[in-house]
Ligand binder design. Structure first.
Ligand SMILES: [Zn+2]
Length: 84
């Protein structure tokens, strides 16, 4: 259980390090100076423009719901329906 917790912490740290050190959007490779956010579909760090595009996807609600469902189940490691 403790090991599981440590792995989870390590995983979150990796994601956060990636998230905060990123200079360019994972999707359009534009600058992240205007703001950044995590994709609902995977662990990509994306710009606000790409996030807007993402919310227009017909399956966006599904991605959000899947994320909430996994968190409810206690799976904080869930990385999205599109994770590669
Ligand atoms: Zn972008």
């Amino acid at each position: 259980m403790l090991l599981e917790f440590q792995n989870q912490k390590k995983w979150v740290k990796n994601i956060m390090d990636k998230f905060f050190t990123h200079k360019y959007c994972d999707r359009c490779h534009g600058s992240l100076e205007g703001g950044r956010t995590m994709s609902m579909y995977n662990t990509d760090c994306i710009c606000i423009k790409c996030k807007e595009e993402e919310t227009k996807r017909p399956d966006y609600k599904k991605a959000v719901n899947a994320d909430h469902e996994e968190i409810k189940k206690g799976n904080y490691n869930y990385s999205g329906i599109d994770n590669r």
